[in-house]
Design a protein around this ligand. Structure first.
Ligand code: SF4
Length: 684
């Protein structure tokens, strides 16, 4: 009656891997409210401050609305046709001049599955290289590698609904109350009202730790020793499931021998966790009827992150608490909304959609039969290797899709150096980010509230993403941009719509063959694997057998090795980085709106003992230095961090936190060691 056009659109939150279903209410094409869907499969009527309120960026005057092209050192607006032509010519010239492997692309957890699928298809079939990676390299690549090696598949083992039935939750290296608030609330509800035991293993006093039966505070970088110590106690106290180990696992004799070196006293000396706390935690987990492990980046972002994931999985295997009704396995909390899906879709240098190896002729020929072109058989560059290749003059073109690598990647001064050294750098972006400032072509892209497709959340559920508002200015989706560049290079990528792309992906990857937009529109959420349209999807993995070649769970015997950096006289404090409740990653979206007032700066949290030692008052301006760079942060004194450790988020690129972090990386996957950097502080 008012004459206004009102609408509500059901979509999936674009901010974290929980995957909350949201109803976005609009009036005349502008968002007026975002409401958590009462029938949301994970969120059940809840959402956090990011999903509900961080949409002000949509109408920010800083939003890019036109393509930009660098001329005489300045970025100038140009028509789309010119920008796309420039990218197409530049990529073709790079391939002609140096071969297909001189070109690389970084895809995005913020992009939909369909966009990730199309980007990797473009790189493999149009450019002719496997130089495609995504930001899971920087967070959960050790989960994919570790869980695959131990159990067979890259995803978490159980649905969150099942995890919530656990009688003992072991939460490791995660702060879900801030980083995944809806899951944090459900875990808390289970502990406070469902009577579940709670063990928190985290160096900081994260929110859940207040309610824990046991809070283990290991020194950053000592996870593998901690998990082996717990495993030692499980075996010593007869708390392992011998039948399960005999019938469904392999590696027990070797692990038993290794664990002789990890008695509680020695583990206590390495980790700083009192031996009696180790014993108490192992007994809680070992005596539970249905234990569950939930973990985050505090496990993965280490020099030995994959070993950390695998030695944590050992605990579930020893207890027979994975692939059985005697527990709810091991479940990574994914940080970004679609970081699971970006990898599922094959935006990885060694893996095709559905995790077929590029080195496997069978997997390649299945993709080639659908795509009609040859798939290169040599694994491509990982993100850190792309930057190294650029600095060495070996990379001629880099396309960055929706990632602000100069703000979020470690040792960020060196990342900027790499972009300066690369002859052609293109990015798809919402804003003139730190990265976009270094680019030769900037393509204005749409965001999750403006596009069509699907995301996969942390418990492997596909859900629909739908446009709630029209795309602003001349912005285009990553999907349309990739298709346009391919067309300008003389190739029709097929897949005229995202729905076509998901269906085509199912023909390349049998584990997704039962999924379609039409089905998801009807059913809401479906987990993978889902091999045919009548299949409900597997919310619990490995009920019959593990997906390893021999069908068994594999215990790891990787020993504890120290982290890349230790505190010393010059750099006496250890910096850990992580997320805070109001912001998402580099903050490019959450800082542009009401969330900025809720949490306006990056802080450096430090313990009162350290504040006294360095004469730092609460609120003081600090200069923080590492061996790699310098940042400026505001001191926040409190007991959340342990003495000798400091913590900061990375939501404000201007503070430069990732100038501090090192290029030490997981020895298996190259995931950066964000969680251990030696630093010193002084008052500015
Ligand atoms: Fe849900 Fe995560 Fe979005 Fe918050 S940020 S609403 S917890 S999906």
């Amino acid at each position: 009656t008012s004459g206004h056009r009102r609408a509500a659109t059901r979509t999936t939150c674009g901010y974290c891997g929980v995957g909350c279903a949201l109803d976005v209410v609009t009036s005349d094409g502008e968002v007026t409210a975002v409401l958590p869907a009462r029938d949301g499969p994970v969120n059940q009527g809840h959402a956090c401050v990011k999903g509900r309120f961080a949409h002000g960026y949509l109408t920010s005057p800083e939003r890019l609305a036109q393509p930009l092209l660098r001329r005489d050192g300045r970025l100038e607006p140009v028509p789309w046709e010119e920008a796309i032509g420039q990218v197409a010519r530049g990529l073709r010239a790079a391939v002609t001049g140096g071969g297909a492997d001189c070109v690389a692309a970084i895809s995005s957890a913020r992009a939909t599955n369909e966009e990730n699928y199309l980007v990797q298809k473009f790189m493999r079939t149009v450019v002719g290289t496997n130089n495609i990676d995504n930001c899971s390299r920087l967070c959960h690549s050790p989960s994919a590698a570790g869980l695959t090696a131990s159990l067979g598949l890259s995803g978490g083992t159980d649905s969150f609904d099942d995890v919530e039935q656990s009688d003992c939750l072991l939460v490791v290296g995660a702060n879900p109350v801030e980083a995944h608030p809806v899951v944090g609330a459900r875990l808390l509800r289970r502990v406070l009202h469902g009577g579940a035991g709670l063990i928190v293993a985290d160096p900081r006093a994260v929110g859940l730790a207040l309610h824990a039966d046991a809070h283990l505070r290991p020194r950053p970088g000592t996870n593998v020793a901690l998990f082996h110590g717990l495993a030692h106690i499980l075996l010593a106290e007869g708390l392992a499931d011998e039948d399960f180990l005999r019938e469904r696992a392999t590696g027990l004799p070797e692990l038993t021998a290794l664990l002789e070196d990890y008695p509680p006293d020695r583990v206590s000396a390495i980790t700083g966790v009192p031996a009696e706390d180790l014993v108490a935690a192992a007994r809680l987990y070992g005596r539970a009827e249905r234990p569950a492990i939930v973990y985050g980046l505090g496990v993965t972002e280490h020099l030995h992150g994959t070993d950390g994931v695998r030695s944590l999985a050992n605990l579930a295997i020893l207890r027979g608490a994975v692939g059985t009704d005697r527990g709810y396995g091991i479940n990574p909390l994914r940080g970004q909304n679609n970081v699971q899906g970006a990898s599922d879709m094959g935006a990885l240098p060694d893996l095709l959609p559905g995790y077929g190896k590029v080195t496997d002729p069978g997997a390649r020929s299945r993709a080639e039969a659908v795509w009609g072109g040859r798939v290169p058989d040599r694994p491509g560059l990982r993100i850190p290797d792309m930057f190294a290749a650029a600095r060495a003059g070996e990379l001629r073109a880099l396309w960055i899709i929706g990632e602000d690598v100069c703000a979020t990647d470690p040792d960020s001064d060196r990342v900027a150096e790499a972009l300066r050294a690369c002859p052609l750098v293109v990015c798809n972006e919402l804003f003139l980010s730190e990265t976009a400032r270094h680019c030769d072509v900037v393509l204005p892209a749409t965001s999750w509230l403006e596009k069509d497709g699907t995301f996969v959340n942390f418990d492997r559920r596909f859900q629909r993403v739908r446009p709630a508002v029209p795309a602003p200015g001349e912005t285009r989706s990553d999907f349309d941009i990739v298709r346009a560049v391919a067309a300008a290079m003389g190739t029709d990528l097929g897949c005229p719509t995202p729905a076509h792309a998901l269906s085509e992906c199912g023909r390349v990857a049998p584990m997704f063959a039962g999924l379609s937009h039409e089905r998801l529109d009807r059913e809401g959420a479906v987990p993978w694997p889902c091999p045919h349209p009548g299949h409900p999807g597997e919310s619990k993995l490995y009920a019959e057998r593990f997906a390893t070649p021999d069908g068994l769970a594999h215990l790891t015997t990787a020993p504890y090795l120290p982290p890349g950096e230790q505190p010393d006289a010059d750099f006496p404090l250890l910096l850990v980085t992580g997320r805070r409740w109001a912001h998402y990653n580099s903050g490019s979206m959450t800082r542009r709106g009401g969330n900025l007032a809720l949490d306006p700066v990056d802080h450096l949290d430090l313990h009162p003992d350290d504040a006294a030692r360095y004469a730092v008052r609460n609120g003081a301006r600090l200069i923080v230095e590492s061996r790699h760079g310098r940042a400026r942060l505001i001191a926040r004194v409190g007991e959340q961090t342990s003495p000798g450790q400091v913590f900061s988020s990375f939501h404000f690129p201007a503070s430069g936190v990732n100038r501090l972090t090192s290029d030490h990386a997981d020895t298996v996957t190259s995931c950066p060691e964000y969680k251990v950097t030696a630093v010193r502080i002084e008052v500015d």
